[in-house]
Ligand binder design. Structure first.
Ligand code: PLP
Length: 958
């Protein structure tokens, strides 16, 4: 044996792929195949298969090798102290939160809490987030996070337009907003024909009606101004008022809700979430109760369970894009749950008094900084400030250079104006260093302590000073010792079922392994401490990795170029459609605005089309769940003069490799359109087919599905787009960081140049460790596992939709509709009963109502697949007992599911099945039982009695 034979190069492949080779062999046998390739020949249409060598993906490396390689790469980064501000600040992540949430798979591997009975922990953390955001901003209601500050502001713009009664199409944006926020609002206003007027709101004459006005508070220069009178003027003219706030400042300043804001947006990053070169962080949006139905994003509300006990769940889901479809005013789906939970825990840990103390310290340090700069005879900007000082100087370039020499970044506004924004991590020594940088390297000659001693208390005028209490709820006033905090985090996490417990077979979501090695680098300071607007020379290592990831994704997909800017699948769709729109415009075809979308599409598809002002034309599907090619052809030809795009999911949302995909793409191209492929199902393609080669012009890839980024309980995500060569020049750019996109690209669609940059190493690590061979095998095993489940379940449940050889792709749909007719048991009952078996339900009623879509992924072992199959078969037997009348139609283990310990402990047990049958329907549960903490949650009750914040302390006392 040679050393090469013993090298650990491909050791990661069997760590990632659940079934062993002998399991794979057995599973293949069940399906009548001898090899994965033989199976592939029957599943994947020959005309889209590839023999590509994937040279840029490489051959795979070991986990240890990967960490060394990446460490070397990012060691080229320079971790400086960042005083750039612009909504991004250094912060101190409490270690108890870092270790127990940020780096804890129970929090990061969870899915969006659509099944509330097994998600009460993160639902409570999100309710805390909503409460904190609403309280700090003086608003009535807040959602459970948005993607970033810029997109949150754009969402407020859509709301303002919908709410405004004066039919205006223009709105005013203060030039003192952060430039990236203005850019994102502008990007999103333009396709809808909204006119963005960037000017001092106080000077607007209302000659043209406006639907809204936007302020930054404190503004981008750091000054705190009283906007009450201006806000009133706009409201008198029927416009809505939006403020973009700094959460820490809100502990000290009169919150916008008290000076007239209708919507408040922002970024909660500085509440303990690392900078991460721009993200991910949780954006937020708060508003008035009256506007809640127009509020985008997810909303957690309080309801009751089957036992009359208080329980949380996602409220008012009918507002969301997946129901509103082409009438949607927002396309947000995946948001930033993990980061929202970190921010909410930061608030829980510090409490209102702790937050205020942090804010007062930052404010005091800023005052000291300002006084010292004045002592150095520098021209400091006037006005009341919170954390930012600006300086006018004719030595700006030298000062910036000196600061960099001293490993600090200041903000350069241009025109001789510099800015310094302080943060929680800033010390008195740091302030002295800043003075020395402004003094071109010479110490100031006085100490920060001496300035502090001579300085009066910092006060703000009464109209700017917060007088109202916030975060009075018990949760924010209880868990301030580390022991209490640790227990609170674990108390919540114990309520949630995640990948640490069992497989989560959610179709279309690809809940695969999120390997520890992939996750570790996210916490490295070389990545987590980079400011998105620091000089790119300080991020060369990470940027090198980013470009390598782009190259690898191009290699995998066959596209010519990739943009990593979109920070969710929905955002990839949005950016991709804008790219298509710009392409048509560049050819003098800007009138093309028809977007064909199959009826089976995910709700984000029509919502994204609506947001770029395309008109959605729905294409029918045939009985097999495939796109009805005749209908598609007829509609493409009918609209050929105005056809902009087709949006198609491939393999289809029905989990099938449609044979007609090449013909479908040709029909669209022949009629002047472009093909947008929704790449949510890319896990069935990687290493086998390259969409950039078989027809589509654009596709997003969900890195939080196919490429191992964890779902975080509902975000973060990354939705990069790949495009053909003819579209590469139109990919998103960013006006603050030209390197992030092509010169002729569409303007920024997200706040940060590379979106959620700090989690990109996860996907890069996954691809690099797996190598071409590993990725190909992962795809084949994901297809094998889905077919294995379909085969084992088809004797018990009809499997809806199969490809031409009777096989599915990487997911399968089991149909519960007939069962409902024969037994009264519906898809919800099956989903809830699965919880008693310790499983998260498959995707419910998407894409077909009354069905379950199962996606096992390649990471689940055969043993786990068999446990799931056994559970589904046992459930079918329970249904059969209802069908034959052996079991009561209403009072049965399915209708009463899930069963909690409390239900079991009640002295009365009025059910025709035993307590044991309720909670131990199969033997293996006895050794490892997950207990849902609430019974079935009543959705309708919660929507009728909407409560979306924590109970107040008075409620606890009552
Ligand atoms: C088919 C499909 N398209 C689009 C999306 C939206 O992606 P995201 O949630 O990342 O915005 C999803 C999300 O589940 C999906 O399944």
């Amino acid at each position: 044996m040679k050393i090469a034979d013993l090298s650990p190069t491909n050791e990661f492949i069997p760590r990632h792929i659940g079934p062993t080779d002998s399991d794979i062999h057995e599973m293949l046998k069940t399906l009548g195949f001898n090899s994965l390739d033989q199976m592939a020949d029957k599943v994947i249409p020959a005309q889209i298969r590839t023999t590509h060598a994937y040279a840029d993906v490489g051959n795979g490396i070991s986990e240890h090798g990967l960490l060394n390689h990446l460490k070397q790469m990012v060691s080229k980064n320079k971790v400086y102290k960042n005083y750039i501000g612009m909504g991004y600040h250094d912060t101190i992540t409490p270690t108890v939160i870092q270790r127990n949430i940020f780096e804890n798979p129970v929090w990061y591997t969870a899915y969006t809490p659509y099944q509330p009975e097994i998600s009460q922990g993160r639902l409570e953390a999100l309710l805390n987030f909503q409460t904190m955001i609403a309280d700090l901003n003086g608003m009535e209601i807040a959602n459970a996070s948005l993607l970033d500050e810029g997109t949150a502001a754009a969402e407020a713009m859509f709301m303002a337009h919908s709410l405004c009664k004066n039919k205006a199409n223009a709105f005013v944006v203060s030039p003192d907003m952060h430039p990236h926020v203005i850019e994102v609002i502008g990007t999103r206003a333009e396709p809808l024909g909204f006119e963005m007027i960037v000017m001092d709101p106080a000077k607007y004459d209302f000659a043209k009606p406006v639907f809204g006005v936007f302020f930054q508070y404190p503004n981008t220069n750091g000054t705190v101004e009283d906007y009450a009178a201006i806000a009133k003027k706009y409201k008198d003219h029927g416009a809505l008022v939006t403020a973009s706030t700094d959460l820490l400042a809100m502990t000290l300043l009169t919150p916008p809700g008290e000076w007239g804001a209708d919507m408040v947006v922002g970024n909660s990053q500085r509440f303990g979430v690392p900078l991460g070169f721009g993200g991910p962080h949780a954006g937020f949006l708060a508003t008035k109760d009256a506007f809640k139905r127009l509020m985008p994003g997810r909303l957690v509300g309080v309801s009751v369970d089957s036992q009359g006990k208080s329980a949380l769940r996602l409220a008012l889901q009918t507002r969301e894009q997946h129901i509103r479809r082409e009438k949607a005013t927002s396309n947000i789906c995946t948001a930033q749950v993990l980061l929202a939970n970190m921010a909410s825990m930061y608030a829980v840990y510090h409490g209102p008094a702790g937050l205020k103390k942090i804010a007062l310290r930052v404010q005091r340090l800023t005052a000291i900084l300002s006084a010292g700069l004045k002592k150095l005879n520098l021209e400091v900007g006037a006005g009341h400030v919170f954390d930012t000082v600006t300086v006018k100087t004719d030595k700006a370039a030298e000062i910036i250079a000196q600061a960099e020499k001293m490993q600090m970044n200041f903000r350069n506004y241009g025109g001789g104006k510099l800015g310094v924004s302080l943060n929680e991590a800033t010390t008195l020594e740091d302030v002295e260093q800043i003075w020395a940088a402004f003094n071109l390297g010479k110490a100031a000659g006085f100490t920060a302590l001496s300035v502090d001693e001579s300085l009066a208390d910092v006060t703000l005028p009464a109209n700017l000073t917060r007088s109202t209490a916030y975060m009075t709820h018990q949760v924010f006033n209880s868990h301030h010792s580390e022991t209490e905090m640790l227990r609170y985090i674990h108390h919540l996490q114990n309520k949630d079922l995640t990948l640490t417990h069992s497989m989560i077979p959610l179709g279309s979501c690809t809940m695969k392994l999120n390997a520890t090695t992939e996750l570790v680098p996210v916490s490295w300071p070389e990545i987590s401490k980079l400011h998105p607007f620091a000089p790119t020379a300080q991020a060369v290592g990470l940027i090198e990795m980013i470009h390598d990831l782009e190259k690898k994704l191009c290699d995998i997909t066959g596209f010519a170029a990739v943009s990593l800017q979109p920070n969710a699948g929905s955002q990839g769709e949005y950016a991709g459609l804008l790219v298509i729109r710009k392409y048509h415009q560049s050819r003098g075809q800007g009138h093309r605005n028809i977007c064909l979308i199959p009826s089976s599409a995910h709700g984000t598809n029509p919502a994204s089309a609506a947001l770029v002002n395309m008109q959605v034309v729905v294409v029918a599907c045939d009985d097999q769940g495939n796109v009805d090619v005749a209908d598609l052809k007829a509609k493409a030809e009918q609209h050929k003069d105005n056809l902009a795009a087709l949006m198609i999911t491939y393999p289809s949302t029905h989990g099938v490799f449609e044979e007609g995909i090449v013909e479908i793409c040709k029909i669209i191209h022949d009629n002047g359109g472009q093909v947008y492929m929704d790449g949510a199902n890319m896990n069935a393609l990687v290493g086998m087919c390259r969409p950039g080669v078989f027809g589509p012009d654009v596709s997003h890839m969900n890195l939080h599905k196919t490429f191992s980024i964890p779902h975080g309980g509902g975000g973060p995500g990354v939705g990069p787009i790949g495009v053909g060569a003819h579209l590469a020049e139109f990919l998103p750019k960013h006006s603050l960081v030209p390197e992030a996109g092509p010169a002729n690209g569409i303007s920024a669609t997200t706040s940060a140049p590379w979106g959620s940059a700090s989690i990109l190493p996860i996907s890069w690590a996954y691809i690099t460790m797996m190598g071409a061979q590993g990725l190909r095998k992962a795809t084949l095993v994901s297809i094998l596992s889905a077919n294995y489940i379909a085969k084992k379940l088809e004797a018990h449940y009809p499997v809806l939709y199969k490809g031409k050889n009777g096989l599915v792709a990487h997911e399968c749909i089991v149909d519960v509709r007939e069962i409902k007719k024969t037994s009264g048991i519906d898809v919800t009952d099956v989903a809830k009963r699965l919880m008693d078996f310790g499983f998260h339900a498959p995707t419910m009623s998407f894409p077909v109502a009354g069905t379950l879509m199962i996606e096992p992924t390649e990471s689940e072992s055969k043993k786990e697949l068999d446990r799931f199959i056994e559970s589904m078969v046992t459930i079918r037997k329970e249904i059969a007992a209802v069908e034959t009348g052996k079991m009561d139609k209403e009072n049965n283990a399915l209708k009463n599911a899930p069963h909690t310990a409390q239900m079991l402990m009640k002295p009365e047990w009025n059910h025709p099945y035993s307590r044991e049958e309720a909670v131990y329907p199969v033997e293996w549960l006895r050794g490892n039982k997950f207990w849902p903490v609430v019974g079935r949650v009543d959705n309708a009750y919660g929507d009728r009695n909407l409560i979306c914040s924590c109970p107040s302390i008075e409620d606890y006392q009552a």
